[in-house]
Design a protein around this ligand. Structure first.
Ligand code: MGD
Ligand code: MGD
Ligand code: SF4
Ligand code: MO
Length: 892
């Protein structure tokens, strides 16, 4: 059914509308947008001087015009207390998206809080506390006093290890340096909290320890590299749906052979006209279909691998490439390890050995036939992939191959070693730090990590969910994550969490709320009896919030100034374009206010030493948090200010900053591949030609020296870094990257093989284009709810007959870990026995059936889950209107 928004006319943006820079706060790609706002009492006109586009809108506009916006890009919001019209539309001059929106980002305006148009009225407007048996609105002072008194008592009685924390590592909404610094300074500097976990995994660790230990940071290339590559190898990712405009604006152009960057290349004839692509994914994703349509099936190799067997495939490719002599000897000699790493044996903290090329080649050696058996692929396809990746081109030139991976690898079997085995191939073929290369995460949210070091947490880090389930911890602070929908072993987690938090609720119900001392004593008594006091900082009522005792309303991107970087380290500032709902505050300021209150309470308790730890939280604005955090502590941060970022618009610069044009660092940049991001593909200084690569810019001055010399107008252009490791020096003590010795060892996380042997269906799981994450805003969006009232489960028609279900029927998915529900979506391209379920949906939490097994470093293996399926009900009324057509695009 076609969805209608019931809007037949939109106001025209007047010529004098206010313009704010916006970076989409959904996915990692970070598309550039502009927010236009103007007083609600007037609007522009069709004459060129009456509208912001300066064109005659009374005439039909051409196809692909930028002088256009859709109803989803429009709303009425508050700005400094006044109603304004607001349009948030993609920026055609942003090099990331070149004016493209996506089905998520192009809804930013309608996903905003509007009392005038009744959108997102679920947003939290006030702090809430558990009072008289339910959550009741209150003041910040009241809520924070309760949080501080309970937290301080627990710390005083039991130590900081009894304070448990769950916090995003990306920052509020898509990402924000301000907010990770706020929470980081609170928990890692004022306190030393080690029982802390990240939003998407149950410990405080890296998703990609493997590549980092090898000396290769995971975001090492730039989006232009996807246009310059001869071959793209993508593993466990579905970029059409999950990194949409990166894929559409930079991959598809190369797949079609229309990339301007490639045409501008400085070595004519060196690059193939159109890229080939190798896609490693057990299912035929919509990405595979688009690649075939755009590049021609002859340029697409879909390796429909047996789930969880990527490591074996990579070792086969590594062996084949080495045996064929297709490796880059000069690069290996100049830039990779000449002796094994410090670890001579794999252990829990280092699940594989770091070593030299030769040792890894020999250690990982495997036969194509053996690997064909493990992966279910044909030896010929593996050979073909090896040749597409590494066989020199006609005339002997090295092939440029870009390697990209995301959650099918990261949340796949044996994360650490699989990650390393892929990086081995990139290093062996000399494809890191060079145009058209890179071995990179595609990414999830935008990134905004800026925190004090947390080495005291140790490695492996504590498995926080498990400790909470076992009854440890007295207080739990939660920042912008909803484990009820998104964690593993979720059924068990929720059951234990409910019992523990209910204990505290019951205790609170028996005391008058206004009697603070008795209230705190009652809560502490319940905690001593195994209870847990929970505080949730969120923008909407989260599922886990139902268990919490205090809820604090956060302001999100656009309601505050927020900086973040995207998947090519492109940093921008989203300017505050509207007011937050009610009393909501930026997360960084909430963290600061918690610190202020803890300090006050510790002082009252006579614990001056503890109180003193909470100095330095006198921030008034998010900019204060930025200057205290990123500006002072991050590499190149001394060059970065709000004023400069604002002036650099939606293109920003690529981190790390290395200087200011015409200022300090500006000269050093002539050695490297740097860019101010102004024009697409333009390298401001330094050669991009292979073989003549310069050094990665060296930062020559310390923060203070630099600050003294930085020009003072405040809006000079920041010089950034286009690619990492362009100088062939990696993040290891001697600058030489390690290879990894990591042989195949089967399904590695505890309980996975048993689950596979016991249950009939693989419950592969992940994302779909329309829905952003746990649907926290989408549940309030009619368009998305109209399309996806339930999480879908893609099933082959033969499997559907076996289970006895039709399209749209609700099924139960169940195994030894738990149970959940989903709606059947017939998918003839699925392999029988292999389903794919949409994750994190409030109407059916996939994590309920993911068992507790992780790798040694506590990285979940969400993707390898097996369960049985049975029918629950015929398609309910709310799905009767749905289309069950294939979502796979075909060339017309
Ligand atoms: N089965 C399965 N499970 C998975 C995965 C999978 O592939 N399969 N993937 C994992 C991955 S990669 C991820 S990222 C996680 C996602 O897991 P979560 O991070 O838990 O989920 P989100 O929906 O991204 O966001 C959580 C909460 O943040 C709130 N929020 C949004 N913006 C702000 C803000 O500015 N400030 C504050 N304070 N709160 C805000 C939202 O309202 C929402 O309630 O799920 C993980 N779980
Ligand atoms: N539309 C949309 N976009 C998003 C998000 C969203 O919620 N919605 N979330 C963002 C976030 S936080 C993240 S982390 C990213 C995730 O981005 P992606 O990783 O691209 O997304 P997923 O759907 O989680 O998983 C990708 C693929 O892994 C495959 N896979 C499963 N098992 C295996 C395996 O054993 N081997 C291999 N090779 N592949 C396997 C699945 O079939 C799936 O197609 O998306 C980001 N972008
Ligand atoms: S591709 Fe990602 S960043 Fe770009 S508009 Fe869509 S959700 Fe936003
Ligand atoms: Mo993610």
């Amino acid at each position: 059914m076609a969805f209608k928004r019931q809007i037949d006319r939109l106001p025209i943006i007047p010529a004098d509308a206010k313009v704010h820079n916006v970076v989409c706060h959904y996915c990692i790609v970070g598309c550039g947008y502009h927010a236009y706002s103007w007083d609600v009492n007037h609007q522009g006109g069709t004459a060129p001087d009456q509208n912001i586009f300066g064109v005659d809108l009374s005439r039909q506009q051409p196809a692909q015009t930028a002088a256009w916006y859709s109803p989803s890009m429009y709303n009425i919001v508050k700005q400094d207390g006044r109603d304004v019209h607001m349009v948030i539309k993609p920026d055609p001059d942003c090099v990331v998206n070149s004016g493209l929106g996506s089905i998520r980002g192009a809804r930013m305006a309608e996903m905003s809080y509007s009392r005038a148009r009744s959108t997102q009225l679920r947003r939290l407007t006030d702090p809430l506390v558990w009072r008289y048996g339910q959550l009741q609105p209150t003041s910040w002072d009241d809520a924070l006093d309760l949080v501080a008194r309970v937290t301080a008592r627990v710390i005083a009685d039991k130590g900081e290890d009894a304070l448990f924390v769950s916090a995003y590592d990306h920052g509020g909404a898509g990402g924000g340096y301000e907010d990770t610094w706020g929470t980081g300074k609170l928990y890692f500097s004022a306190m030393k909290v080690k029982n802390i976990r990240i939003h998407n995994r149950p410990a405080y660790n890296s998703e990609v320890h493997g590549t980092r230990d090898m000396g290769v940071g995971e975001l090492n290339n730039c989006y232009e590299d996807a246009e310059l590559a001869d071959t793209i190898m993508v593993v466990g990712a579905n970029p059409l749906e999950t990194q949409t405009n990166y894929f559409l604006n930079h991959w598809v152009t190369n797949l079609r052979g229309t990339s301007q960057d490639k045409k501008n290349e400085q070595i004519p004839g060196e690059a193939h006209d159109r890229a080939r692509i190798v896609i490693v994914d057990p299912r035929r994703t919509p990405t595979v279909a688009v690649c075939e349509a755009e590049a021609g099936p002859e340029n697409v190799l879909h390796l429909k691998i047996n789930p969880g067997t990527d490591l074996a495939l990579f070792n086969a490719l590594f062996t084949e490439i080495a045996d064929k002599g297709w490796v880059d000897h000069a690069f290996i000699e100049a830039s990779t390890a000449t002796k094994p790493g410090p670890q001579s044996k794999a252990d829990v903290a280092h699940p594989a050995i770091l070593t030299t090329f030769a040792a890894a080649r020999d250690g990982n050696r495997t036969s194509l036939e053996e690997v064909a058996g493990i992966t279910g692929l044909s030896p010929d396809d593996i050979r073909k992939a090896a040749s597409w990746i590494a066989e020199p081109k006609e005339g002997g030139a090295r092939r440029r191959t870009m390697f990209a991976y995301e959650k099918g690898l990261i949340w796949g079997n044996d994360n650490y070693r699989t990650n390393g085995a892929l990086v081995n191939i990139a290093l062996a073929t000399g494809n890191v730090g060079r145009p058209g290369g890179g071995v990179v995460r595609l990414g999830g949210h935008q990134e905004g990590y800026s925190r004090p070091a947390a080495d005291f947490i140790g490695r492996p880090a504590p498995y926080v969910d498990r400790l909470l389930i076992e009854g440890q911890g007295g207080v739990h602070h939660i920042w912008g994550c909803d484990h009820y929908k998104t964690t593993l072993n979720a059924d068990v987690f929720k059951a234990a969490y409910k019992v523990r938090t209910d204990k505290v609720k019951d205790a609170m119900n028996r005391v008058a709320y206004g009697d603070r001392q008795t209230m705190v004593n009652a809560i502490i008594a319940a905690i001593n009896d195994g209870g847990l006091f929970a505080v949730d900082v969120d923008i909407v009522p989260a599922k886990i919030g139902e268990a919490c005792h205090v809820i604090l309303p956060a302001a999100t991107s656009g309601e505050m100034n927020l900086t973040s970087m995207n998947g090519e380290r492109r940093m921008r500032l989203t300017e505050r374009y509207m007011d937050p709902p009610g009393q909501a505050m930026p997360d960084c300021l909430i963290a600061a206010r918690i610190a202020n209150n803890l300090q006050r309470v510790f002082e009252e308790m006579g614990k001056q030493d503890l109180a003193a730890n909470f100095n330095g939280f006198d921030w008034k604005t998010e900019e204060d948090a930025f200057m205290d955090g990123y500006h002072q502590h991050e590499k190149g941060g001394e060059y970065v200010t709000y004023a400069r970022l604002r002036a650099m618009g939606t293109n920003g610069f690529q981190e790390p900053a290395v200087g200011i044009e015409g200022g300090p660092g500006g000269q050093a940049s002539s050695l490297g591949e740097t860019t101010t991001g102004g024009q697409h593909g333009m390298i401001v200084q330094g050669p991009a030609i292979e073989g003549a690569r310069g050094k990665e810019p060296v930062q020559e001055q310390g923060p203070n020296a630099a600050a003294a010399q930085v020009p003072t107008t405040g809006t000079e252009r920041i010089i950034g870094t286009k690619r990492l490791y362009a100088d062939g020096k990696f993040n290891t003590p001697d600058g030489r990257a390690f290879f990894m010795h990591a042989a195949w060892r089967g399904l590695e996380a505890p309980g996975k093989q048993e689950q596979k042997d016991t249950y009939a269906f693989l419950i592969n799981n992940g994302r779909t284009n329309h829905i952003w994450q746990s649907a926290y805003l989408d549940v309030g969006n009619e368009m998305v709810m109209d399309r996806w009232p339930y999480p879908f489960i893609e099933m082959h028609p033969d499997d559907m007959s076996k289970v006895g279900v039709k399209e749209g029927d609700l099924v139960e998915v169940y195994n030894d870990a738990g149970s959940t529900q989903a709606m059947v979506y017939p998918t003839p391209t699925a392999r029988p026995g292999e389903t794919f379920m949409q994750f994190a949906n409030p109407m059916g939490v996939m994590g309920n059936v993911v068992n507790a097994g992780t790798n040694e470093l506590i990285i979940p293996n969400y993707k390898q889950t097996w369960a049985d399926i049975r029918k629950l009900a015929d398609a309910p009324g709310s799905v009767q209107h749905l289309s069950f057509k294939s979502q796979q695009y075909r060339a017309s």
